[in-house]
Design a protein. Structure first.
Length: 117
C-alpha cells in the first residue's frame, strides 16, 4: 500500500521501479506507466477539479449572500428615506393639533360665558 502511495505521489518511484525492472523489464514498464497515467494524471486532476468546483460554488453562494445583504440595505435606506419624508408631515400635524388646542383655550371663556345666564 505504501509503495502504491509512493508511486502515486511520484515520490522516488524510480527507486521502486528499477529493482523490479531487472526481474521483468517489459511488464514492469507497462505497469508503472499505466499506474502513473491513470493515478497521477487522471485521479489527481479529478481531485483538484472537485476542490476547485467546491471553491467556486462557495464563492458563488457568498456572492449571492452579499447581493441579498446589499438589497436589504438598499430597502432599509429607502424605508429610512420614506420615514424622513414623513417626519415633516408628523411635525405639521402635531403643530396643527397644538394650534387647535390653543384656539379652544382662547374660546373657552366665551363658551363658558354663554353657558352661564
Amino acid at each position: 500500500m505504501f509503495t502504491l502511495f509512493q508511486v502515486m505521489t511520484l515520490d522516488s518511484w524510480a527507486a521502486i521501479a528499477r529493482p523490479m525492472q531487472a526481474k521483468a523489464p517489459g511488464t514492469v514498464t507497462i505497469f508503472f506507466v499505466a499506474v502513473i497515467l491513470c493515478v497521477v494524471m487522471v485521479l489527481m486532476n479529478l481531485i483538484t477539479a472537485v476542490i476547485v468546483e467546491n471553491a467556486f460554488s462557495i464563492a458563488k453562494a457568498d456572492a449571492e449572500e452579499q447581493a441579498k445583504i446589499r438589497e436589504r440595505e438598499k430597502q432599509n435606506d429607502v424605508a429610512m428615506d420614506v420615514s424622513s419624508l414623513n417626519r415633516p408631515a408628523v411635525h405639521h400635524r402635531a403643530r396643527a393639533r397644538a394650534a387647535g388646542e390653543g384656539m379652544m383655550l382662547l374660546f373657552l371663556p366665551l363658551h363658558s360665558a354663554w353657558l352661564v345666564p
